[in-house]
Each structure stands twice: as structure tokens, then as C-alpha cells.
Design a protein around this ligand. Structure first.
Ligand code: SF4
Ligand code: SF4
Length: 364
């Protein structure tokens, strides 16, 4: 078989009745002796994850992260948890507020067993350019840490997303590991507009816009596209479908940019492992406040060396009866992202699913 035809392994630890999440995660780690052996003595292992918005509840909890941290420390590795600052409103626009939020949500060094750092500095200005050559992306902008990191483990809480439909490891890498400047570039094709017939001028979008691009004009909200950074906050904020977007072109280009960013970022890092937590799967991502209604049963935890295979396997299993991420067929960008990501070599869309039966064993 040619190497190109080999399907990457995706391991799945299903959450069993009566089993704790810690046990489910520990069973999965027990089946990963070979991949985890690469994260050994003396290696600095960056664990990428996010605590989400102040009010979000579905995020991966510190006690689960600690299971991984202890496993890595037992191998002599030096793990640390990291995230980056965001471009939209809330407590994660700078490292001081961001760290205080993380501590309030339980991500203290004591709870984690390792430090929690914000990779792009206090004001999110640590941003290095790295040349690349994709359709949209000729350079990426990432914190300098990313250019020096050899060992990366990505922990992603699987959710829906207002623009990309499905959000898992690819989005966590592409957006979550870019500097604020890199995030803005990925959002730059998104230009929402107000559907004036629907707008009740409730003001929610005006309050949520991080760059004051929305104002009242003639009794309706109006978006100044020259100021707008395409962050999508207004789309989530509007409850009456009065914020429109070109769902086909804008969302597909957004998906392509994310795939390109993920591909370029991961090309910088030698050892990578991607966990997708299909637990408390919510309609919106953890950046959205008050987002705690689950849209799928708790399934378990997936892991793969291949970022795309990890996402695809998770997506396939969660959508066997219907595509819960498409919002009634309105959002298709995740399907475009899967296809484009494979086309540019980010990973494989086909895989070999191996279910972990107990610690250290697996079955296809
Ligand atoms: S949130 Fe929606 S209804 Fe409210 S002002 Fe904005 S566009 Fe209008
Ligand atoms: S108008 Fe909407 S998409 Fe543009 S910056 Fe404001 S909240 Fe973000």
C-alpha cells in the first residue's frame, strides 16, 4: 500500500454509563503508549486549550487536563497549558484579564499541575510572520512560542460554530494558535450586513461589537464595513436573524483560510497529538456567553496524530442521523473545510476508527 493510501488511526474512548470523564480520558491515554512516548524526558509540551467565555460551561475542565499533565510528567516531560488572546469582546483580549478569568474558572497551576500561560503576551502583540504559500494565505502571524515549539497536544471541546459549522481541532489550531493579528486576517473576508426588515433595534449587536462598527441609522442597526473586522459577534448576538452574511462565499473562504492557517502552523511543529472531547457538545463555541444547551449526547473522547482525521471521525459519529452542525442546512462551511483541508495536505478525511475497550487495548 502506498503511504498516501494509509488511513490514520483515530482512537475513541466512549463515555460509558457510570464511568467518570477522568476514567474515560485515562483509558484513552492508556491506549496511546506509542504516540505519547514522543513526549518524553525533558520535552517542553505545549497543551493548547481554551477556557472560553466567562459564562460558558462546556469547556474541558481542569481536572481532566490534569490527567494528561500527570501522564506527561511521569514521562519526564515539562507540560504547560497555553492559549492566546482573542479579537472580540470579553475577558480574553489581554493576558491579565485572560489569566484572571482562567483562575476563576479553576485553571490554577495547583489544579492543573503545571503553568497556564498566554502565548502572545499581555496585549496580544507578540506576533511573528512566517511565510507560506496558499491560495489566500501568503504568510501567517503567530506568537513566537509557536515558531519555537517542538511538542504540541491540542485539547478541543467539540462544538458548533456560527460560521464554520463544526468546531474541533482544526479551528482550535487555526484560530487558537494565531496571534490577534492572525485571527483578524482569517476573519477578514466576513462582511455581515443588517437585514433592516428584521431589525428591531434591540441594540444587542451594537453592545457586542468589539470595534464599534455598528450604529443606529434611521431606526435600524447599520454596520460600517470599513471598521468591521468580521468577528461574527453580531451574528451570534442577534436573536431575530437580522444580521446577514453571504453564507456560501464568505463562509467558504473563512473555512479555507482556517485550513491554510492550521496547515502552516502545524508544519512548524514536529510532534503533534489532537484530542477532541465530544462531551457537552453545544450549538455555539465556548467563546459565546450563556452557551450551555447540549445538541448531542455525550459520546466520548477522540484522538489522532492527524488533525483532520480527528475532526472528521468526530463529525461523522455525531452526525450519523442528521447533520446537527448545519443548522437546518444553512451552514455548509464545515463540509467545504474538510474537503479543502485534505486538498492542501492538512490531513486525511478518511481514517481507521479504533475503539478503546479498556486501558491499553483497542478494537476496530
Ligand atoms: S441585534 Fe439584531 S435586532 Fe438587535 S439591533 Fe442588532 S440587528 Fe437589530
Ligand atoms: S460588525 Fe459584527 S462582525 Fe463586524 S466587527 Fe462588529 S460584531 Fe464583528
Amino acid at each position: 500500500m502506498k503511504t498516501a493510501d494509509v488511513k490514520p488511526d483515530v482512537f475513541l474512548s466512549r463515555l460509558k454509563k457510570g464511568q467518570s470523564r477522568r476514567e474515560c480520558f485515562a483509558a484513552l491515554l492508556g491506549a496511546l503508549e506509542k504516540p505519547l512516548a514522543d513526549f518524553g524526558q525533558g520535552s517542553f509540551v505545549g497543551i493548547k486549550m481554551t477556557v472560553g467565555d466567562e459564562a460558558s460551561t462546556g469547556f474541558i475542565k481542569p481536572e481532566l487536563v490534569r490527567v494528561l499533565v500527570e501522564n506527561l510528567k511521569s514521562r519526564g516531560a515539562k507540560p504547560f497549558v497555553f492559549d492566546t488572546n482573542v479579537i472580540y469582546s470579553g475577558q480574553r483580549q489581554n493576558a491579565v484579564d485572560h489569566l484572571n478569568l482562567a483562575y476563576r474558572k479553576g485553571f490554577t497551576p495547583d489544579a492543573l499541575g503545571c503553568p497556564y500561560i498566554i502565548a502572545d503576551s499581555v496585549f496580544g502583540t507578540d506576533s511573528r510572520s512566517v511565510r507560506t504559500d496558499f491560495r489566500h494565505t501568503k504568510e501567517i502571524k503567530v506568537p513566537s512560542l509557536i515558531t519555537a515549539l517542538d511538542h504540541l497536544i491540542v485539547l478541543s471541546h467539540v462544538t458548533g460554530h456560527v460560521m464554520s459549522g463544526f468546531a474541533g481541532s482544526v479551528k482550535n489550531v487555526a484560530m487558537g494558535m494565531a496571534s490577534r493579528a492572525g485571527k483578524q486576517i482569517q476573519h477578514s473576508s466576513l462582511k455581515p450586513y443588517i437585514k433592516t426588515d428584521n431589525c428591531t433595534l434591540c441594540g444587542a449587536c451594537i453592545d457586542h461589537c468589539p470595534v464599534s462598527a455598528i450604529a443606529e441609522v434611521s431606526g435600524k442597526a447599520y454596520i460600517n464595513s470599513r471598521i468591521c473586522i468580521g468577528c461574527c459577534e453580531c451574528i451570534s448576538a442577534c436573536k431575530v436573524d437580522a444580521v446577514g452574511i453571504n453564507w456560501k462565499e464568505d463562509a467558504d473562504i473563512f473555512a479555507e483560510r482556517m485550513a491554510e492557517y492550521a496547515c502552516a502552523i502545524l508544519s512548524l511543529i514536529r510532534n503533534r497529538l489532537f484530542f477532541n472531547f465530544a462531551l457537552d457538545v453545544t450549538r455555539e463555541c465556548d467563546c459565546i456567553a450563556g452557551n450551555d444547551a447540549s445538541i448531542a449526547p455525550d459520546t466520548g473522547i477522540f484522538v489522532s496524530l492527524d488533525v483532520l482525521a480527528a475532526d472528521r471521525a468526530c463529525y461523522d459519529l455525531l452526525t450519523t442521523s442528521r447533520d446537527i452542525f448545519s443548522r437546518g442546512g444553512k451552514i455548509r462551511a464545515h463540509l467545504h473545510e474538510f474537503a479543502y483541508a485534505e486538498e492542501i495536505g492538512l490531513g486525511k478525511g478518511s481514517y481507521r476508527l479504533i475503539e478503546v475497550r479498556k486501558s491499553g487495548s483497542g478494537k476496530e
